[in-house]
Design a binder for this molecule. Structure first.
Ligand code: HEC
Ligand code: HEC
Ligand code: HEC
Ligand code: HEC
Ligand code: HEC
Length: 475
């Protein structure tokens, strides 16, 4: 038999236990209503989620811990006071039985809520919207990428318990950063403790997914009156079978399993590469160094407090796998190319670029600034304005949307804060040419290749009507 009454009697004599009991009952009661509501009535939403799956369960668990603590303290004190008698009436056996059965019930409740909590905390909405200002840039651009259907944790945590625990610890530290408002703006990249990408990207992408050549057409519009359109066409050599016994040739040669590429850089952004090693499976090593650089010996593991050696993986090229912050020139070119903005409007490429790349203090400030485009246009090109006044008004919201998608003044994310590492050097990153710049040499003086044809066949370069496009489009 389980005797509840004496148990409650002791409970009732301890303030700590009473507090615990109140916490447990209110939390469980309110949470039950919230969860039923969430399952049946309203759509899941991150704020309800936090309360239902983090806050209330935490409160209930805290209350559950308080109850026995209060009772134990009470029992210890009871030898000296009148309540002692009452306490001794309750045999230990009874207390344990009761605690055991209550724990069993709690176990079932917590298993259910815990399962829902984990499920909830792995959702993109939780990661993207909970720390609204902090993650909203990554969440917004991610929703427009090819990986939009994949939850944040598939890349940021990946399979395995060890990484789950590590991510929860990191997450707690980051949450503290948000609460105390001492996180960095913008969030610094590259992320130095990101999990090696082979375990992550490799879960979904096999070698076949990047095998073969891929034709890429780049459309540009000049900053002139006619917004002159040009095309470049390259055939990227993503991956080809190799006759050298090292798996694959071409761009994805770097990440094949026959070797490992290690590189040393002297800055946090890993831009200034001073040494590269190619270590094959059988231990053979080839080394390239940047003449005249310190640390090119590869001995120093740490430099200026930053890790300096890194094993190259997918993310050293695909740093913008899903958080694609497009550069402003490319963003405007894309709108002109697909006709969202009419390229027949004289000077539109130039003036659109001008208004979106001004530095604004906030989103609101940017919206107001971009709204001035028609007035600015009228001032400069009064003749064309007469003809295109309506079209110019329609362009305003398009450019405002573009700006709010890619620029976050509150997080100090400007255009080009997060450049892609794929391609030729720009003002913001040397991209592939961190290593392929023709300066790093091996002991024989041979460079890491910068032969155009190693990476791609160039089929047209900034031409207005390239023959190759006529052939491809069968015109
Ligand atoms: C397809 C894989 C993938 C998914 C899905 C993904 N991320 Fe990322 N994320 C990355 C990679 C790779 C980086 C590292 C970029 C670097 O180090 O330069 C990154 C970087 C970040 C950064 C640092 C800032 C930046 O833009 O580089 C934040 C914040 C972030 N992710 C949040 C999220 C959130 C929130 C979600 C879900 C809404 C998410 N990520 C989903 C791959 C992913
Ligand atoms: C959970 C599965 C999954 C994971 C993990 C994943 N991807 Fe993807 N990836 C996809 C899917 C699905 C597509 C879309 C394919 C399509 O649209 O044809 C895709 C598309 C891509 C593309 C081509 C489209 C584009 O955006 O350029 C690249 C490149 C890519 N992934 C790289 C990566 C990298 C790098 C990582 C690791 C940081 C990664 N992926 C992790 C599933 C995944
Ligand atoms: C961390 C240094 C590093 C970076 C960054 C890097 N590479 Fe390489 N790459 C190498 C090394 C080392 C080799 C081997 C030496 C050689 O072939 O001259 C190589 C070889 C290649 C090859 C020839 C592969 C073969 O089959 O022989 C191609 C193609 C290539 N890289 C393309 C790229 C592209 C494209 C990028 C940017 C998206 C890039 N690399 C970024 C270090 C790098
Ligand atoms: C040396 C740089 C480099 C490395 C390392 C690298 N990639 Fe790529 N990858 C590229 C480039 C460049 C492209 C072509 C991008 C474009 O279309 O502009 C590409 C394209 C892709 C595509 C799209 C193929 C298509 O047909 O569009 C996938 C998927 C992909 N990579 C996955 C991966 C995965 C997974 C890894 C790690 C195992 C990886 N890549 C490592 C440079 C790299
Ligand atoms: C280390 C590899 C590598 C080398 C070497 C290289 N490129 Fe490229 N190049 C790329 C990649 C990767 C892209 C695709 C960029 C993208 O996806 O936007 C590209 C794009 C291009 C484009 C079209 C895009 C544009 O911005 O106009 C042209 C044209 C081009 N390369 C010309 C050349 C020429 C000419 C050479 C030799 C002098 C050369 N490249 C050497 C990797 C390389």
């Amino acid at each position: 038999m389980i005797h509840i009454k004496p148990f409650l009697d002791i409970l009732a004599t301890s303030k700590i236990s009473i507090l615990g009991a109140v916490l447990v009952t209110t939390a469980i009661g309110a949470d039950a209503m919230l969860i039923i509501g969430e399952l049946l009535i309203f759509e899941s939403n991150p704020y309800i989620g936090i309360v239902a799956y983090v806050l209330f369960p935490g409160m209930a668990a805290f209350g559950l811990v308080l109850i026995p603590i209060g009772m134990l303290l009470r029992i210890r004190k009871s030898h000296h006071d009148p309540v002692g008698k009452l306490v001794r009436r309750v045999s230990r056996k009874h207390v344990f039985r009761l605690i055991f059965s209550l724990t069993l019930i709690n176990f079932v409740i917590f298993a259910f809520v815990g399962y829902r909590s984990i499920h909830f905390m792995e959702s993109a909405e939780f990661c993207g919207l909970t720390c609204h200002q902090v993650m909203s840039p990554e969440y917004t651009v991610y929703q427009r990428s090819h990986h939009a259907g994949i939850s944040c944790v598939e890349c940021h945590v990946g399979p395995g318990v060890g990484w789950l625990v590590k991510s929860k610890l990191d997450g707690t530290r980051q949450l503290a950063g948000v609460v105390f408002d001492n996180y960095s703006r913008p969030i610094q990249t590259p992320i130095h403790n990101l999990r090696p990408a082979d375990h992550i990207c490799g879960e979904c992408h096999s070698e076949e997914s990047y095998h073969g050549n891929r034709i890429k057409v780049i459309e540009r519009f000049e900053l002139d009156e006619n917004n002159t359109q040009t095309f470049s066409v390259v055939n990227l050599r993503l991956g080809e079978d190799s006759d050298r016994g090292d798996g694959m040739r071409g761009i994805h040669w770097h990440s094949n399993e026959h070797h490992e590429i290690r590189y040393w850089s002297t800055d946090r952004r890993r831009e200034h590469v001073v040494r590269v090693e190619l270590v094959s499976k059988d231990g053979e090593t080839r080394v390239w160094t940047r003449p005249g650089s310190e640390n090119a010996s590869g001995e120093a593991e740490q430099d200026n407090g930053h890790e300096s050696m890194r094993v190259m993986d997918c993310v050293d090229c695909h740093n913008r796998a899903t958080h694609v912050f497009v550069a402003p020139d490319k963003a405007v070119d894309a709108l002109l190319a697909d006709g969202t903005i009419d390229p027949a409007i004289p000077w539109i490429r130039s003036i659109a670029h001008e208004v979106i790349t001004r530095e604004y203090e906030s989103h609101d400030d940017a919206i107001a600034g971009i709204a001035e485009l028609p007035a600015l246009y009228r001032e400069r090109f009064a003749d064309s304005w007469n003809k295109y006044a309506d079209a110019l008004e329609e362009i305003v919201p398009i450019l405002q949307d573009l700006h709010t998608t890619y620029v976050y003044p509150e997080m100090k994310i400007q255009w080009n804060t997060y450049p892609s590492l794929i391609g030729h050097p720009t003002a913001y990153t040397a991209a592939c040419f961190r290593c392929h710049d023709g300066v790093l040499v091996d002991e024989k003086g041979l460079q890491i290749t910068n032969d155009c044809n190693a990476c791609h066949y160039v089929l047209a370069e900034d031409e207005q009507d390239p023959m190759i496009l006529r052939m491809l489009e069968d015109r």
